[in-house]
Design a binder for this molecule. Sequence first.
Ligand SMILES: Cc1ncc(COP(=O)(O)O)c(C=O)c1O
Length: 441
Amino acid sequence: MQTPIVDFVRKYADKNGVRAHMPGHKGKSLLGAEKGDITEISGADVLYNASGIIKQSQDNASKLFGTYATFYSTEGSSLCIKAMLYLVAKGKRNPTVLALRNAHKTFVYGCALLGIEPVWVYPKNSEHLCECNVSADDIDEALKSLDKKPFAVYVTSPDYLGNMLDIQSIATVCDRYGVPLIVDNAHGAYLAFIKENEHPIKKGAAMCCDSAHKTLSALTGGAYLHIGDKGKVFADGAKNALSLFASTSPSYLILQSLDLVNADVEKNLKRFEEVKERVKKIRINLENNGFVCVGNEPFKLTLDLVKSNVLSENLAYVLDKNGIECEMLDNEYAVFMFSTASKDSDFKCVQNALLSVQKTERKPILAFEFNKIERVMSVREAIMSESERVSVSASLNRVCASPTVSCPPAVPIVVSGERITQQSIALFARYGIDEIEVVKE
Ligand SMILES: Cc1ncc(COP(=O)(O)O)c(C=O)c1O
């Protein structure tokens, strides 16, 4: 696999010429990475109008992922989500998008910026805010019930806990209604490289975003906007859509790392299957020892701490003692993420640490309930309103201004424009939120 961006930057840096251009560090080192941190100089191409080395590299990525077209983002999936929303809403009056309620807050911000109204599909049997366990039939029912066809269906899969939806069946339903399916696949870039290829584009999505930095070896911020055959109509507008929300100074460190990820993936293709098998083995071992794991995402290990009879403080102690930092640990769940860069010893270390944790009988916690909330004003109107910060205890019946999230996983409990209910207040307490931004009365 060729790495045109990296080759260009290395050659340029080795020349040690006069850098009479941005950035201000001129390649001199404070941090250590400055030599390779250039800008869109002659020959370096232009990210959102790529026709040279960046275009070549994006085309390499497109081939690897099997997409119709792939575009790089140096500002995460967050940028790609806004760009995808713009692409489906462009030229439409009063656009609406049918979205699963576990959408990341970036989706809400994108809706506010573009004047899109989300029409939410709520979870039926979910146990956590991050989860929105719906079937293709649920999407079918939701689409059937709407008077006005939405401009897209937006789902998150995998979710933060590692639950994957049946994208193929959902895509079939969307096709039947003639509505493009957009997938927030921020956590699933690697799915294209396991044997079954579970990547949303392969499964029939029109577009998706992947954070290359979450599960592949890219620097933080590296992401892809992928377009599938069913989203061909969006391909021409994609560069414009990304540049509408992006900085005009893309990071060439991130671009180089995206370029290198192509070569790394191609070289280590076999490793993806190995990681999947190793995580599967840990999961089986833990389950044989009374742990309860959730989710079906191959590279993620998520423990239900309550059902596993593990106190989070006991787990935190063991992880700390073994030098393990997990992705997320709260009172209810622990999430561990692996990748092809995980060392063989990492898998053993996590498994042994988990098996050594002291068990303590835990009482079931209150069932998770998440019902439809009254919308008082549009997302955009609420975000643009005068607002004030109040304590959660004083927020009953007030209208939410900023989407209220606990971070991670940044999934809003109440979305801007919705009226705060007693149930929302219970959820704020459950996710450790004390204050909330509400619209001024
Ligand atoms: C489900 C989901 N979508 C989108 C994002 C945003 O991704 P990024 O950090 O690459 O902008 C995140 C980030 O954590 C996420 O968990």
